[in-house]
Design a protein around this ligand. Structure first.
Ligand code: PLP
Ligand code: COI
Length: 342
């Protein structure tokens, strides 16, 4: 039985659900993971994840469809990205089938918390990989924890499909040119707290970072990728080795081209070129598609479509993407993975 929660007004907050998945890596192999009701991790004070940031995470969602079933959106892509992140940080990679099985088990065990179809809510799934053990030298751990937990969520940015404004930052970078920007590691986010807070104090939803090498190109939002729409029916999103390769972004590139008949481009977005965009947005698992009303850079506020109304192309992309995620629109092959209910 679905729980009686205020599904329409969830926001993006932690909620302790009954079950999470936990697996240990020891002696060169993953041990069999299992569900547990214990929401507290017990790890050594000398864990590499705590001292040297040898940790990684993922984010994906489970969606309730009209017929009441539950499905995941492209979990194989999250599994692959976690493997790339693990490689970058010399962590034990989690096999793809173990990753997907763990997500399914957690969703299934907490199925009463998957928001009802039509409420706008989803179950956000947070896989987490941690280096543990007793290592004080600066080197990778021999032991790891892989855990997956979940919580029902609503909008990440306050506006949802209402446009909000973002702040372009010259004074802070999110990542270094050859650093860990493309890996989903906690350190990237800790470094974004100060600029993020400064932006929020000034009424902006989040920061838009510039490319760390030249500060002339748009890189990405602190918690999502950036895209722009031109008057020539182009969908353009930055190509950079220091941004997170967003699964939502790659999905939108495909949908823009194959469903909306647009020209889909990954390339440079120079600050000087902002005038060519008639619409812009932030995209990600948590952000979904959040329209960007305007961007503030120094004293200039650059408005794209409108500060109060969502543009027509952004809306069509949103309808296509969320239609697929909630099972109302036919998905490209392999994008949807069903979760069996008990
Ligand atoms: N960029 C950053 C920095 C993020 O944290 C996220 C969220 O995962 C994204 C982009 C969007 O990625 P995805 O669409 O895979 O969720
Ligand atoms: C996501 O969209 O899954 C993210 O990880 C973004 C943010 C909540 C960190």
């Amino acid at each position: 039985m679905t729980k009686a929660l205020d599904w329409e007004n969830l926001g993006f907050s932690y909620m302790k659900l009954p079950y999470r998945y936990l697996a240990y890596y020891k002696d060169g192999q993953w041990q069999k993971g299992e569900l547990t009701e214990d929401a507290t991790l017990h790890i050594s004070e000398c864990s590499t994840s705590l001292h040297y940031g040898q940790q990684a995470f993922e984010g994906l969602k489970a969606y309730r469809t009209k017929d009441g079933s539950i499905q995941l959106f492209r979990p194989d892509q999250n599994a692959k990205r976690l493997q790339r992140t693990a490689e970058r940080l010399m962590m034990a990679p989690v096999p793809e089938d173990m990753f997907i099985d763990a997500c399914k088990q957690v969703v299934q065990a907490n199925q009463d918390y998957v928001p009802p179809y039509g409420s706008g809510g989803t179950l956000y799934i947070r896989p987490l990989l941690l280096g543990i053990g007793d290592i004080i030298g600066v080197k990778p751990a021999d032991e790891y924890i892989f855990t997956v937990f979940a919580m029902p969520v609503g909008n990440y940015f306050k506006g949802g499909l209402q446009p909000t404004n973002f702040l372009i930052q010259d004074d802070y970078d999110r990542a270094a040119p050859h650093g860990t920007g493309a890996a989903k590691v906690g350190g990237n986010y800790a470094g974004s707290f100060v600029p993020g807070q400064l932006a929020k104090e000034r009424g902006f939803s989040d920061v838009i970072y510039l490319d760390p090498a030249t500060h002339t190109k748009i890189e990405e939002v602190g918690s999502a990728n950036f895209f722009g729409i031109t008057a020539d029916n182009e969908f353009i999103t930055p190509l950079s080795p220091s941004i997170l390769p967003s699964i939502t972004k790659y999905s939108l590139l495909y949908l823009a081209e194959h469903r909306l008949g647009m020209k889909a481009i990954e390339g440079d977005i120079f600050l000087d070129d902002l005038d060519k965009f008639v619409e812009a947005g932030a995209c990600g698992t948590a952000a979904v598609i959040s329209p960007i009303g305007g961007v503030q850079h120094g004293d200039d506020l650059h408005v794209f479509y409108s500060e109060t109304e969502v543009g027509p192309v952004t809306r069509r992309l949103y309808d296509e993407l969320t239609g697929i995620q909630f099972g109302d629109v036919e998905a490209p092959d392999g994008w949807i993975v069903k979760v069996d209910e008990q």
